[in-house]
Design a protein around this ligand. Structure first.
Ligand code: PEP
Ligand code: MN
Length: 333
């Protein structure tokens, strides 16, 4: 249920209303917009007398929210959420470029790529240290050592870092990592989501391989209901009957999610296509669709990459692409 307050209401009376609602065992999420304040009520609202609340002179309207997701629902929070990552802001028209290799392989590789993507205009460095590989015989990532190398690359470039966390037990290792990525395969690892909800770190939540938008939003809800509202959603392609591409990039997810939720939405053109040559056109399409950013795999030597070389751009290809992305952004602004 949401309670839309009238503009410029007396603060004391608003506080009294909030206390009264909390007294009914309800969680009250307060969203202060530019013009109006919205109170989002979470819990069993079946016994709440809507007409009584609506009759108060400080209340504009009361509406039931039929969707099962509440905290991430745009009805609860009409303005875009801005997620802050150091000096970088994601959401609400702030476009963010995340780039880097699929996996951190060694110091020279990660520092070289970090410097290159920074020079091209990337805002955040990506790099996997814990890798969810389909085969247990494939490179599983450098784990703790990989995270240390990412921190070194951050020190060299000043770029904040994003890396995937696969298990709750690894959380202490991620204390100094700027953004925690939840990969597609872990989108419904609810224990992990709840634990990340108890931190205040930005979480990049990727859509599962075969998950609906509602399921993605319910996973965001797990993080937010545990107290962490710094969630960035990521469309990274889903499984369909389409052949030739690794996944199918569902770009309609971007405007649909923007309607449903106030959280930023970024697009991963690398995992959704699986082919480096498809990354530029899909990046431009994603920018045109209104995405709040992109996460792109870039490798200094894709042919010898230990993971996802076929979908990785070379630094010079990334540089060319960034210039085109800027033009598309300007064109659709
Ligand atoms: C990745 O970002 O390297 C990755 C494994 O992505 P996804 O979880 O989307 O497959
Ligand atoms: Mn990858």
């Amino acid at each position: 249920m949401i309670v839309v307050m009238k503009p410029n209401v007396n603060e004391e009376r608003e506080a009294q209303l909030i206390e009264w609602l909390k007294g009914m065992n309800l969680g009250v999420h307060v969203s202060r917009g530019e013009f109006q304040t919205v109170l989002g009520l979470v819990g069993d609202t079946s016994k709440v007398d809507m007409e009584l609340i609506e009759s108060l002179d400080i209340v504009d309207s009361v509406k039931r929210v039929s969707e099962t997701f509440k905290f991430c629902n745009r009805k609860f929070h009409p303005d875009d959420t801005l997620v802050k990552i150091g000096n970088v802001t994601v959401g609400g028209g702030h476009f963010v470029l995340m780039a880097g290799p699929c996996s951190v392989e060694n110091e020279e590789q990660i520092v070289t790529v970090a410097k290159a993507v920074k020079a091209s205009g990337a805002d955040i460095l990506r790099g996997g240290a814990f890798k969810p590989r389909t085969s247990p015989y494939d490179f599983q990532g450098l784990k703790g050592e990989g995270l240390e190398l990412l921190k070194l690359a951050r020190k060299e470039t000043g770029l904040p870092i994003v890396s995937e966390i696969m298990s709750v037990q690894d959380l202490p290792l991620f204390e100094d990592i700027d953004v925690l990525q939840v990969g597609a395969r872990n989108m419904q690892n609810f224990d992990l989501l709840k634990e990340l909800g108890r931190t205040d770190k930005p979480v990049l939540l990727k859509r599962g391989l075969a998950n609906t938008l509602k399921e993605l939003l319910m996973s965001a809800e797990y993080i937010m209901a545990s107290g962490n509202e710094n969630v960035i959603l990521c469309e990274r392609g889903i499984r369909t009957f389409s052949d030739y591409t690794r996944n199918t990039l569902d770009l309609s997810a971007v405007p649909m999610l923007h309607e449903l939720t106030h959280l930023p939405v970024v697009v991963d053109p690398s995992h959704s296509t699986g082919m480096a040559r498809l990354v530029p056109p899909m990046s431009l399409a994603a920018a045109a669709s209104g995405a709040d950013g992109l996460i792109i795999e870039v490798h200094n030597d894709p042919i010898h990459a230990l993971c996802d070389g076929a979908q990785s751009l070379r630094p010079e290809e990334f540089d060319t692409l960034v210039k085109k992305i800027r033009k598309v952004r300007e064109a659709v602004r």
